[in-house]
Write a protein that binds this ligand. Structure first.
Ligand code: MLT
Ligand code: MN
Ligand code: ZN
Length: 299
């Protein structure tokens, strides 16, 4: 399978339109530092078919920026778009509205995500006059067979009950926020995608130990970053994102793994948005790195 990285930034992107923090200012000075909202396109090896893992507010530009995702000359306008969602966050779902020119949109998501998108954001009501929107159940890894999407097996590892702010009053459910597990039945290789890792569970630890590649929550470098930079009174973990460094951090756990690991969903406060930051060397020593815009990973 092929993983095409469409973007690597947390909500707001880099630069964020209303922000002049050092990360955003640096990205305005050096356009190569710009990052779009995190998302992927995933292809099976022997098929032209692909699906999107999350649909970001940047989705149209993201599809355009990968030549192989553009419609071919003489062929129909992309007839079907397949989207698998990790959660119901706005930075991962607003792109569904931008995909409305498709003849048909097929979306896979968990039950609480479906409820939030249809009852709180009214996506079925809003999109139905434009396209044929079809919802599919995204199975949990430990509950029955995976979904078959574009020739790949896809399921969700439940991560936490982190709800989007617009649905904060909805009941708790373990599959509000998930990691996508994608397995290629032809090669047996598998990948995990977890842009919001609030807790490290045994289940998640077991899944990542079996994966060939993982794209993981790199929102904040350390636990105190949101407070120190003034974006929140809460810590990184309290915001639903385990930090990279420190005793709570993911780097210590990830360094022992065989899988290719890339951090994604970087917030504009994360020092790693500066390619010259010394934190890159610290990660490199642990065999870890940051996902780059438009990178392609072949598994
Ligand atoms: C998150 O990753 O925690 C959310 O996307 C935050 C947001 O965009 O409001
Ligand atoms: Mn986010
Ligand atoms: Zn900023």
């Amino acid at each position: 399978m092929l993983l095409r990285i469409l973007g690597t930034a947390a909500g707001g992107g880099l630069p964020q339109w209303n922000c002049a923090c050092p990360g955003c200012a640096g990205a305005r000075r050096h356009p190569s530092r710009r990052r779009l909202h995190d998302g992927l396109a995933v292809h099976g090896t022997k098929t032209d078919a692909w699906f999107l893992a999350n649909a970001t507010p940047d989705v149209a530009e993201q599809l355009e920026s990968h030549v192989d995702l553009r419609p071919g000359a003489g062929c129909d306008r992309t007839p079907v778009v397949r989207v698998v969602l990790t959660d119901a966050e706005l930075d991962h779902t607003l792109g569904l509205l931008r995909l409305r020119e498709a003849a048909r949109i097929d979306v896979w998501c968990t039950a609480p995500v479906h409820k939030a998108l249809t009852t709180r954001l009214s996506l079925t009501d809003v999109l139905s006059p434009y396209t044929r929107l079809t919802w599919h159940d995204l199975p949990l890894t430990d509950a029955g067979p995976p979904a078959q999407v574009a020739g790949l097996e896809v399921s969700a590892v439940p991560l936490s009950d982190k709800r989007p702010r617009y649905a904060a009053d909805e009941p708790a459910h373990p599959a509000w926020s998930t990691a996508l597990k994608v397995r290629d039945p032809r090669t047996g290789t598998s990948a995990l995608y977890a842009p919001a890792l609030a807790h490290w569970s045994d289940l998640f630890g077991a899944e990542i130990a079996q994966s060939d590649c993982a794209l993981l929550d790199g929102t904040f470098f350390d636990e105190g970053e949101p407070r120190r930079t003034g974006i929140s009174q809460r810590t990184a973990s309290e915001m639903g994102h385990l930090p990279i460094a420190g005793p709570q951090g993911t780097a210590e756990r990830l360094r022992r793994l065989e899988a290719k690991i890339y951090y994604t969903h970087l917030n504009n406060t994360n020092p790693l948005v500066d390619p010259g930051a010394p934190q890159h060397e610290r990660l490199g020593c642990l065999g870890l790195r940051v996902a780059e815009e438009r990178m392609v990973v072949s598994l």
